[in-house]
Design a protein around this ligand. Structure first.
Ligand code: PLP
Length: 391
């Protein structure tokens, strides 16, 4: 796969490329925001999609057993996690899945823990379902790396939290939670009877260390755990809207399925099933190449920041193609930081503040794009930086 190939995405209804005007009132910004990739999906996926088109009949569909088996093989091979094909429920996205999981296991007013700064829809999911936010802020160490504040986490559980939504690996701070960190969370959940949603959508995008599915832990064996996964981030299939939830309890799975039925939510699309199965069965070599390409982009950004923009803080992520850039040394208000990035840098990064107050002074940069695009983005950032520093 030639990840250097520039594929024009303008005028393709791409959210990242075609919604700059709507979102930022400036269609000329360089888009390094929305978490998708500017790469074409693996060739076997394209072939599988062509086959569906050529068949040409688009009647009602159900995800086939062979897809369940492909996922089972994938989790076994990639994570040493043995699951049963029937222990998964398909959903049209991880965010909708979490919405229904929240409704299946908690009631209005119940406390739910999230670990901030974190993927912004977690806040919206709690707000729209009228659950009580219990914010367990991650601790930022001197070297810029984030850790879990276990004392605060336990205090929230003592305070009656019913559920925790984990982000494993973590978006936006890029941590791959270690087995021992996850085991400590599991022990606390067991002690205080807390249900776990583990959002593992980034599990395949590991750059350092290894991914541990929370539910695989011995310490999580007797807990209520719903694990959300998808091929969408891994193989750039987000718009095909297929994800799945893996359960360690049949009763829990039944509750989700009842909740989905009550909301008339079905899942079934021949394109998403075919793409997902082809990706899991034949996409692994593509994924390995992708990971080394993304690592190359990260190394490039890191070098340029260190050599040319030392006041922008940065720790290489252990997972994901999302970089958590620390602009606090520039002493701009959050509003001014975003304005400065857009006006002087002509670049669209995600505002750190949308990941919670803990994201103040930060912005998130997406480097799942050809190197030439990363170079352009960094050149723009450098122009803004030089103006600011020499001012
Ligand atoms: C942690 C996390 N969960 C969920 C999603 C989105 O999932 P979906 O598009 O399947 O709803 C993202 C996308 O960036 C994410 O980072």
């Amino acid at each position: 796969m030639n990840f250097d190939e520039i594929i024009e995405r303008r005028n393709t209804n791409s959210m990242k490329w075609d919604q700059l005007e709507a979102k930022y009132q400036d269609g000329e910004l360089w888009p390094m925001w929305v978490a998708d990739m500017d790469f074409r999906a693996p060739e076997p996926v394209l072939k599988a999609l062509d086959d569906v088109t050529r068949h040409g009949v688009f009647g009602y569909h159900h995800p086939p057993h062979s897809l369940r088996q492909a996922i089972q093989d994938w989790t076994s091979r990639r994570f040493g996690w043995e699951i049963k094909p029937e222990a998964m429920t398909f959903t049209p996205g991880v965010v909708p899945a979490i919405h229904h999981l929240i409704n299946a296991y908690t009631d209005e007013g119940d406390g739910i823990i999230i670990q901030t700064p974190v993927y912004h829809p977690f806040f919206a999911l709690l707000r729209s379902n009228r659950r009580t936010l219990q914010e367990n802020r991650l601790l930022e160490k001197d070297d810029g790396k984030y850790e879990i504040d276990f004392d605060d986490l336990e205090a929230h559980m003592k305070n009656g939290a019913k559920m925790i939504i984990l982000c494993n690996p973590h978006n936006p701070v890029g941590r791959v939670w270690s087995e021992s960190e996850l085991a400590r969370i599991a022990e606390l959940c067991a002690r205080y009877d807390v249900t776990v949603i583990s959002d593992e959508i980034h599990a395949d995008l590991i750059l350092q260390g290894k991914h541990t599915p929370f539910a695989k832990l011995e310490a999580a064996k007797d807990l209520q755990v719903a694990t959300c996964m998808a091929p969408s981030k891994t193989f750039n299939l987000a718009s095909l809207q297929l994800s799945y939830v893996i359960f360690n309890s049949e009763e829990m799975q039944k509750k989700l399925e009842q909740q989905m039925q009550r909301n008339f939510m079905g899942i079934g699309n021949p394109y998403s099933s075919a793409a997902a199965e082809a990706a899991y069965r034949h996409g692994e070599p593509w994924l390995e190449e992708l990971l080394s390409y993304v690592q190359g982009n990260i190394d490039y950004v890191s070098e340029r920041l260190q050599n040319e923009m030392p006041s922008i803080g940065f720790v290489k992520p252990e997972a994901t193609y999302l970089l958590w850039l620390d602009f606090r040394k520039l002493e701009l208000t959050q509003d001014d930081l975003q304005k400065w990035l857009r006006k002087e840098g002509k670049i669209a990064l995600n505002d750190g503040h949308m990941f919670g107050k803990a994201g103040s002074g930060f912005a998130r940069m997406n480097v799942a794009t050809p190197r030439e695009h990363v170079v352009e983005g960094m050149n723009r950032l450098k122009t803004a930086y030089d103006k600011k520093i020499n001012n």
